[in-house]
Design a protein around this ligand. Structure first.
Ligand code: FAD
Ligand code: NAI
Length: 466
């Protein structure tokens, strides 16, 4: 039995960032991961492989559909899917090994195996080789992440009925792909396979895509995706999925009830959300409280059991890698007796489609519901010189300011590369900036970032370039 200051169960972005920070702060730290590789969902079957395929498929579609218009002749284009998948794996491998290196660098013990709470300060680890060891820790951090949710009665076989994990690893481009759920996974991975040649139909229960985002963005986003060739069956529920000899049948009905309709496809991607993963973790035995949906309940990252913390997807809040990372850092600080804080009002959200969607802070709908008096500044990329030069003019930048507080409280962007631009607004919001602070800051010309400045000017009514 060895004694640690911190044992972290789960090696995803929550867990590994917590480990790095704990190591930096001089705490004797161990991280336990059962998948055989560090990086969690994000590096292995989430953010990184999906962005690798989005990047490659975007280049393919650009070459296929836009090169000619730019005066570039490209003939004989075709997709080499195994090569594309190799490149994806290369990114995953490089990054997971990088995280392993960072554990060594920060003197963190990396234990390959499954961790389980035994109650009190003890953790049992079923190690990869079969040995069971018990360790004692002043602090136990649960960072076990999440797994795909499925529809009742539908078994995900990762062959024809796939979750995001299977959809990142298809061995052939499907002729027809049905995506259930118009959320982030459905739209990103739907875009990948559409670009590579699949006919993609998205079935969504609600009446708009990415339903938690700013309504104006959702509306324009769906129009854009439809123009790109994605088909939508909105306000529809899936009532049955049947595996056929070849392909699948999906029966849908209007969400409010009505006539049933059958859709056919080679592959169905179920992307209706994710649920916390706490299987075989010993939560009940250890007395750790969780809610009806399985999310571990916390107060400033602390569970109801002293010395046991929970971070990332297995607890409440947005299921995002950078949210997990923030919480991991905060908990490591707390374990070292320092402050630890996450500003949940400034957690950006990016959808890596083309164009990208990026948002942070409150939506107009949320501000209205909370009775906040706010001003809006909006600028279309159609009037931005760089966007015009690149012929990438889709979308707009929108900034929301609380009128009384004179503070930016939200930003919603749609456009090429806006996933990078949102960082500027995050920094501004952390510094409590007004729109005027952004508007009076010099931005390089010609850049897409000038649209942010213009939108900020728009908040105070002095939009100059539109
Ligand atoms: P995870 O990354 O899920 O890591 C938890 C780890 O714990 C896993 O490796 C698991 O094996 C391990 N574990 C579980 N139980 C045990 C146990 N008992 N013992 C030992 N180990 C255990 N987020 C973004 O911010 N940006 C994106 O672009 C993005 N893209 C995504 C794309 C897809 C297809 C998916 C599925 C998700 C994406 N996400 C994205 C979400 C992101 O992956 C998660 O929010 C993030 O990984 C959560 O981090 P985590 O550390 O909480 O958990
Ligand atoms: P999601 O919550 O984003 O979207 C699920 C969608 O499915 C919603 O639009 C919902 O209304 C719909 N839905 C739910 N039940 C349905 C049903 N029975 N029939 C039809 N539609 C139904 O979940 P998603 O896309 O699975 O992603 C899971 C998590 O992963 C998200 O919380 C997201 O934060 C994270 N993620 C983040 C990414 C990013 O940051 N770029 C990329 C991919 C995932």
């Amino acid at each position: 039995m060895s004694a640690y200051d911190v044992i972290i169960i789960g090696g995803g972005p929550g867990g590994y960032n917590c480990a790095i920070r704990a190591g930096q702060l001089g705490l004797k730290t161990a991280i336990v991961e059962k998948r055989g590789k560090l990086g969690g969902t994000c590096l292995n079957v989430g953010c990184i492989p999906s962005k690798a395929l989005l990047h490659a498929s975007h280049y393919y579609e650009t070459a296929e559909k836009k090169f000619a218009g730019m005066g570039i002749k490209a003939t004989g284009l075709s997709v080499d899917l195994p090569k594309m998948m190799d490149l994806k794996l290369d990114a995953v491998d490089g990054l997971t090994k990088g995280v392993e290196f960072l554990m060594k660098k920060n003197k963190v013990d990396y234990i390959k195996g499954a961790g389980r709470l035994l109650g009190g300060s003890r953790v049992e680890i079923s190690e990869e080789g079969g040995a069971k060891t018990v360790h004692d820790a002043k602090n136990i951090v649960i960072a076990t992440g999440s797994e795909p949710a499925s529809l009742p009665g539908v078994e995900i076989d990762e062959d024809r009925i796939v979750s995001s994990t299977g959809a990142l690893d298809l061995t052939a481009i499907p002729k027809k792909l049905i995506v259930i759920g118009a959320g982030v996974i459905g739209l990103e991975l739907g875009s990948v396979w559409r670009r590579l040649g699949a006919e993609v139909t998205v079935v969504e229960y609600l009446d708009r895509v990415t339903p938690t985002m700013d309504a104006e963005i959702s509306k324009q986003f769906q129009r854009t995706l439809a123009k790109q060739g994605m088909k939508f069956q909105m306000s529809s529920k899936v009532v049955a999925i049947e595996r056929l000899k070849a392909g699948v049948h999906v029966a849908i009905e209007p969400a409010k009830g009505g006539e049933r309709k059958a859709l056919e496809a080679d592959i169905v991607l179920v992307a209706i959300g994710r649920r916390p993963y706490t299987t075989d973790l010993g939560l009940e035995a250890a007395g750790v409280r969780f809610d009806q949906r399985g999310f571990i309940e916390t107060e400033h990252f602390a569970t109801n059991i002293p010395g046991v913390w929970a971070i990332g997807d297995c607890t409440h809040g947005p299921m995002l890698a950078h949210k997990a990372e923030e919480e991991g850092i905060a908990v490591a600080q707390k374990c070292a007796g320092l402050w630890g804080h996450v500003n949940y009002d400034v957690i950006p959200n990016v959808v890596y489609t083309d164009p990208e969607i990026a948002s942070v802070g409150k939506t107009e709908e949320e501000l209205k519901a909370a009775g906040v008096d706010y001003s809006v500044g909006k600028f279309p990329f159609l009037a931005n010189s760089r966007a015009r030069t690149n012929h990438e003019t889709e979308g707009f930048a929108k900034i929301l300011e609380d009128k009384a507080a004179k503070r930016v409280v939200g930003a919603h962007l749609m456009g090429v590369g806006v996933g990078e631009l949102i960082g500027e607004i995050c920094v501004a919001m952390e510094f409590g900036a007004s729109a005027e602070d952004i508007a009076r800051t010099c931005h390089a010309h010609p850049t897409m970032s000038e649209a942010i400045r213009e939108a900020a000017k728009g908040v105070d009514g002095w939009l100059m370039q539109a």
